[in-house]
Design a binder for this molecule. Structure first.
Ligand SMILES: [Zn+2]
Length: 431
């Protein structure tokens, strides 16, 4: 299947600047970008085998064509709590709101209703790939994975491992966890599929050493990616130091169980990561999922994103609902810039983020966790959004300012088309 699209094309190949093609063209074959250029002639020269002349151009006119969004840390079963209890800190919030809500996912009917609502919102905001927490419940997690498959949207979905410091309704013994996880691996085992399992210990305080060991063994045995939480809040860090006395830092507690970069790993927050932990993350190429709204709402702190960038740590952005309140990833770019500006007030040596930097983080850098995703360079999967910013008075602005204004003041109503791996993604059904 071959397509050529025409629009104003913007993306970030490098982290410091946008590549802009005014009235540009992009060639896509079987979901993969073959070339991108300012004219059909240049496009044809760039990918002669594609045979540009034989393909009818789909013209999006005066609209913007940009890479789709990636949500690198999000709790699908917390969709009902979105915007609720935003006046608490992490640990009381977990006990009083999160755990009771997640317990409801033992009921697959409830799960399906909520997961459809969740997916629909992600679709609205143009999030085509996600790294997602489910709950401990295998059947409900399977429903979430199937809904992603049905929608055609990409996701790594975690059946959550937890067996201590939580209500009985959310505790699963090690044997039963392994069984459930292996059932999902058998069912969703294709490594090239858009929807894949990811090993998901909730966080160290929720998992006994036996459970953490089982998680590490599963990740290694099936070469699965890993996600969890890291150094979000100072009381949490003190708790982990108490629980895992032999670890040199919180990150080392995961590392000792094979859950810190032995397979591709993403850790949410890293607000207080420095010293040993930062070095270990660099060495093991662990990706940071920066979740600015969650860090504000739960009063966790300001993550040192400039340091992560300077140290070349892989990084992406996460909505982290319902610690975060917003599933609109474009708004996450805005919040991340704002956090970096506050950080700059504390340390003037740490420059705040620029728009190309945060766009690069949200697209090409985050997308690298899924393979070649998040850019329009040849060889990348075509995950894209067509933005119709007519209501934002586009004629008075440059293309870059149009994009910036869409990010800051636009919303889902300006997203006209969504593509994931070359397929146009239609509105998922709600019930
Ligand atoms: Zn989280």
């Amino acid at each position: 299947m071959k397509n050529v699209y025409k629009a104003h094309i913007l993306f970030t190949k490098e982290k410091n600047k946008f590549d802009v093609f005014e009235n540009g063209y992009i060639a896509v074959e079987d979901g993969i970008v073959q070339g991108v250029a300012g004219s059909l002639k240049e496009l044809s020269a760039q990918c002669p085998a594609f045979n540009v002349e034989s393909v009818k151009v789909i013209d999006f006119g005066n609209r913007l064509l940009i890479p789709a969004m990636n949500d690198m840390h999000v709790h699908a079963p917390q969709v009902h709590n979105q915007g609720v209890a935003m006046d608490l800190e992490l640990l009381p919030w977990l006990q009083n709101y999160t755990f009771p809500e997640e317990s409801k996912y033992a009921d697959t009917h409830y799960a399906e209703r909520m997961y459809r609502r969740f997916l629909h919102t992600q679709w609205l905001f143009g999030t085509m790939r996600s790294v997602v927490f489910g709950t401990i419940h295998t059947d409900s997690t399977r429903i979430l994975m199937k809904l992603y498959q049905e929608a055609g949207m990409g996701a790594m979905v975690g059946k959550v491992a937890m067996n201590r410091n939580c209500p009985d309704t959310l505790s699963e013994d090690v044997e039963s966890y392994i069984q459930g996880q292996e059932a999902l691996i058998a069912e969703f085992g294709d490594k090239n599929a858009l929807v894949r399992p990811i090993v998901t210990p909730r966080f160290v305080p929720s998992c006994t050493p036996e459970l953490l060991r089982a998680c590490g063994e599963l990740a290694n045995k099936y070469q699965l990616p890993v996600q969890s939480h890291l150094s979000e809040n100072t009381s949490e860090i003190a708790w982990v130091a108490e629980l895992e006395k032999e670890s040199t830092c919180y990150g080392d507690a995961y590392n000792r169980y094979g859950l810190f970069g032995q397979t591709p790993t993403i850790m949410a927050h890293c607000v207080w990561t420095n010293g040993n932990e930062l070095e270990l993350m660099k060495k093991n190429k662990v990706m940071v999922a920066h979740c600015p709204t969650s860090n504000f709402n739960l009063s966790s702190g300001l993550a040192p994103v400039r340091t992560f960038l300077d140290e070349d740590l892989p990084i992406g952005l996460g909505s982290d609902i319902s610690g975060g309140h917003d599933l609109n990833m474009f708004r996450m770019l805005v919040y991340a810039i704002q956090v970096s500006k506050m950080h700059y007030q504390l340390d003037k040596n740490k420059a705040f983020l620029t728009l190309p930097e945060i766009f690069w983080i949200a697209t090409k850098s985050a997308g690298s966790f899924f393979g070649k995703v998040g850019s329009f360079e040849p060889g990348y999967e075509f995950d894209a959004l067509v933005i119709d910013d007519e209501v934002l008075h586009p004629d008075e602005y440059s293309l870059l300012h149009r994009l910036e204004r869409f990010i800051y003041v636009g919303d889902d109503r300006q997203i006209l088309h969504r593509f994931c791996r070359g397929q146009e993604i239609k509105e998922p059904k709600m019930i």
